[in-house]
Write a protein that binds this ligand. Structure first.
Ligand code: FES
Length: 63
């Protein structure tokens, strides 16, 4: 399916959202996102809601 949005759950890492979507921030700002967007699942990112790689220094290993 063209334009299909996919969400991949990386074991011990982020959600990888592939495709085009609109992200609405708490400030009500809307951003169009495309390509691969990495969202933090471990809670350690200093750039939430995005993953900054900080999960690699933790023992977060959820599937
Ligand atoms: S999942 Fe990568 S920093 Fe949290």
């Amino acid at each position: 399916m063209e334009n299909e949005l996919k969400i991949k759950v990386v074991k011990g890492g982020p959600y990888v959202v592939s495709g085009e979507f609109k992200m609405i921030l708490p400030t009500k700002e809307e951003k169009m996102m495309s390509g691969n967007t990495f969202f933090c699942r471990c809670g350690k990112s200093k750039n939430k809601p995005f993953c900054d790689g900080a999960h690699k220094g933790t023992n977060f290993d959820e599937e």
